[in-house]
Design a protein around this ligand. Structure first.
Ligand SMILES: Cc1cc2nc3c(=O)[nH]c(=O)nc-3n(C[C@H](O)[C@H](O)[C@H](O)COP(=O)(O)O)c2cc1C
Length: 204
């Protein structure tokens, strides 16, 4: 099969791309302090635009002023205030200036409902694209979450056979204990229950 088609223009909505080669979003960690696009961010995008991409999709840009677990280490670009817009539009100008490359911004409200609300801002839920509750399967909790699992209460955990046993339950077994666990959480650790049930809606 020929590859010529890759170099032909294509229309996406009201945007015409000069070719069909697109760069997927990548956070390179070049963001400046406080979430501003740095000179290094611009240089990185400029080099790709100059290389000939028809479309550049920006790294995930967070449209939310609240940080959550992981957000500090990822240091994402932010689009949370007018102050940032100038830097982002400068970045877009840089990309456009090279051979007509187009840019789409990957915009995120935050880290989704799995983000832990109490890591940085106590009581403020992690931003998510919609208020649809997302129930967590507590067996999927990783080592970091094992600490949270202890909120189940040591007695309760012991009765269930410990964190490891809980994490290794089959689907049928899990269905069996889930209601017991949820009931316990709702009564004794309502904060944790709301996280697991994805019921927190405030925050964004
Ligand atoms: C350094 C790095 C940063 C990334 N950052 C993002 C991101 O911000 N948003 C996103 O949706 N995907 C991100 N990705 C995933 C890529 O967009 C892409 O989906 C992934 O690399 C798989 O594509 P591939 O099979 O062509 O490598 C990142 C990937 C890498 C390697």
């Amino acid at each position: 099969m020929g590859t010529e088609i890759l170099f032909e223009p294509i229309q996406i909505g009201n945007v015409e791309l000069k070719n069909r080669i697109a760069m997927s979003p990548m956070n390179m960690g070049y963001t400046g302090p406080e979430g501003y696009a740095s000179d290094q961010s611009n240089a990185w995008y400029a080099a790709r635009a100059r290389g000939g991409f028809g479309l550049i999709i920006t790294e995930c840009v967070v449209a939310n002023p609240y940080p959550w677990r992981g957000s500090d280490s990822l240091n994402p670009l932010l689009c949370d205030s007018q102050k940032k817009y100038r830097y982002l539009s400068q970045m877009a100008d840089v990309i456009h200036s090279y051979k007509g490359a187009k840019v789409f911004m990957q915009l995120s409200p935050g880290w989704g409902r799995q983000g832990h609300p109490d890591m940085v801002n106590e009581g403020i839920a992690s931003g998510a694209p919609s208020a649809i509750p997302m129930e967590m399967d507590i067996r999927n909790m990783n080592l970091g979450w094992a600490k949270q699992l202890k909120r189940l209460g040591i007695t309760m955990l012991d009765q269930l056979g410990g964190v490891e046993k809980l994490q290794n339950l089959s689907d049928e077994e899990y269905e069996g204990v889930k209601e017991i666990v949820f009931h316990y959480l709702e009564k004794n650790a309502p904060e944790f229950f709301h996280i697991v049930k994805g019921h927190r809606e405030e925050g964004f």
